[in-house]
Design a protein around this ligand. Sequence first.
Ligand code: SAH
Ligand code: SF4
Ligand code: F3S
Length: 466
Amino acid sequence: METLTYTHNAAAAAAVAAAYDAPPMAYVRSYGCQQNFNDGEKLRGVLQDIGFGIADAPEQADLILFNTCAVREHAEQRVFGNIGALKKLKEQNPRLIIGVCGCMAQQPQVVEKLKASYPYVDLVFGVDGIDRLPALLARRLGGARRCLERPAERGALVEGVPIRRDSGFRAWLPVMYGCDNFCTYCIVPYVRGRERSRAPADILAEFRALVAAGYKEITLLGQNVNSYGKNLPQPVDFADLLELLCTVPGDYRLRFMTSHPKDAGKKLIDTVARHPQLCKHLHLPVQAGSDRVLAAMNRHYTARQYLELIDYAKKTIPGVTFSSDIIVGFPSETEEDFQKTLELVKTVGYMQLFTFIYSKRTGTKAAQMPDPATHAEKAGRMARLLKLQEEASFPAVAALAGQDVTVLVEGAGRRPGTLDGRLDNNLVVEFPAPESLVGQWARVHLTGARAALLTGELVQQNRKDD
Ligand code: SAH
Ligand code: SF4
Ligand code: F3S
């Protein structure tokens, strides 16, 4: 597989300098998953590299980029609504450049719609186009009217893309791109292309640089991190990669997502148990509890196999917590199937659940399946699932009261004078403390909980145990 290295585009930087009297400003908005947010950070890095400043609001910008998500219909509708709202800005400032990129822009029907109905959109490029943005912009600034294309999938990796990270203490680190799993409901393999793993040396170098720059929480990203290494020349899997990264000394903790249950094995769980830097939290999306539905989703595991994995993790990693994604109302899901989802959720005891009503995606297999349940029925099931989850998780969260824990302080809490800190197990505690603690470790005594949010008191700042 081809690996390209980003190079500064001096001609594009010159075109930008020539086109504006003062340094122009760019506004980039990301809509999707962590991978999409990481792409947004690279888009900002690339734009800075050719002379743009970064704006906090679209009204201040000379260039607006919407970095989109296609995973559910609702996400797409939001983007179209937001693009529609830009028409006014374009009328006020005809020189404004508007671009749409990311996963939605990989779909031909979306590009067609933008072409036909949104004449004020100037640029369209897909998920593989970040490093080529300077050339595309130079074309537009050089007089091209609209540059709308659905780029062919390149299947390459690009290393060395400049990045402007949103946080100074939490960072995303992609280990692979794309997905080969083709779960029947999911658009991601179509828009993100085939799996490509980064070389361990490139990941290690970026990781070391993040640790050296003081990043305290680093999250490894991939649609299915357990597929890591499959297409690399050297024999290496995701657990091996974790071992490698854990050899780096420093004041950090490490997370990863997402693990596909079909190939999250004992080796991975043993690795998590062994290293104190690895967070004791596993995001293991189960999607459904019925074997019939799981097979129709093409997930390649049964509820029983999933529960065996959970059991092994509970036995092997003291204090481990789990979270999951669940789809409600997959085509042909019956009440009996749904009951099995409820049972499974009860058995596992998830600390957090991300629940979605099935959304039909053009081009996927499930889009062809009969789907007789009404939206009202599906919404009813969703409400029951959420109620069950609250009944199970709220007391489990509250039961942690009395412990002293280490947290990474992330920002202001909901109540005035408080801050939010994230525990190793991904729960959040709100506690009174001065703002100067943001970005630092703290020891916090847990005193109780409001719903899924822990409450606590500061014991000591700047201290990390375990
Ligand atoms: N690669 C990750 C998930 C990526 S998408 C994984 O396999 O776990 C994030 C979540 O969105 C999925 O886990 C799924 O629960 C949900 N999702 C994906 N496609 C969907 C669809 N068509 N309708 C509803 N939810 C969907
Ligand atoms: Fe989608 Fe399945 Fe790939 Fe996750 S593993 S991105 S749900 S196809
Ligand atoms: Fe992520 Fe949405 Fe694309 S979930 S991979 S931004 S479709």
